[in-house]
Design a protein around this ligand. Structure first.
Ligand code: GTP
Ligand code: MG
Length: 203
């Protein structure tokens, strides 16, 4: 079996516009979700480097489209979060334009991982974001984060509740992962899913 533990990851660029991102010659995976949901922490956990993506207890840490190259073979992208209530409207519009354009136009984007905080009931802002991806035909998987912060019963209940809510407007629930960056839960499964998708990349 291939060893997914050996990972070499390096920072490539930060850009405010998808046209300034690296050439779309490698398969790419973007991590997105509410501010503070744990995107940057999850990226660091996946690649095994706590200092690669900048993390913070204060929401709004990641502000640009950040590219990291993994094993010289694929890109992992850290995006700024949505749904940060304190952000002024102008900021939120700017976010929508920057991220919306990136998601719709980035040609090597294999799939988007949408992160959902496992501690909460389904949140409108997450469901609306999924609707946006659906409208634009952007493929996505779900990642429930911070599983170490709840017991397994609550975790299961909240995942079920999210699935049920999604099925009110979707015909099926996408593939999903349960993760904890703190405990490195879900790492192997995620890396395996990415490796599989890498195989179907065509330039
Ligand atoms: P923005 O860039 O601001 O949108 O946030 P983000 O989604 O990148 O979140 P970030 O990774 O910066 O994490 C936010 C906070 O949650 C930090 O204090 C992390 O230490 C904490 N955190 C992230 N993932 C986990 C996890 O799996 N378990 C626990 N216990 N804490 C986590
Ligand atoms: Mg971040």
């Amino acid at each position: 079996m291939k060893n997914t533990k050996l990972i070499e990851a390096k920072f490539v660029t930060s850009a405010a516009d998808y046209r300034k991102c690296p050439p779309p010659e490698k398969p790419e995976y973007a991590f997105i979700g509410r501010s503070n949901v744990g995107k940057s922490s999850l990226i660091n956990m996946l690649v095994g480097n706590k200092n690669l993506a900048k993390t913070s207890q204060t929401p709004g840490k990641t502000q640009l489209i950040n590219h990291f190259e993994v094993n010289k073979k694929w890109y992992i992208v850290d995006l700024p979060g949505y749904g940060f209530a304190k952000a002024p409207k102008g900021e939120r519009d700017k976010w929508g334009e920057m991220i919306g354009n990136y998601l719709v136009n980035r040609e090597n984007l294999m799939c988007v991982f949408v992160l959902i905080d496992i501690r909460h009931e389904p949140q409108r802002v997450d469901l609306e974001f999924l609707d946006f991806l659906g409208e634009k035909d952007v493929p996505f998987y779900l990642i429930f984060t911070k599983a170490d912060k709840v017991g397994s019963v609550t975790a299961e209940q909240n995942v079920e509740s999210f699935k049920k809510t999604m099925l009110l407007s979707w015909t099926k629930v996408p593939q999903y992962f349960i993760t904890s960056s703190e405990r490195r839960t879900g790492r192997e499964e995620l890396l395996k899913a990415i490796e599989e998708l890498n195989l179907s990349f065509t330039k």
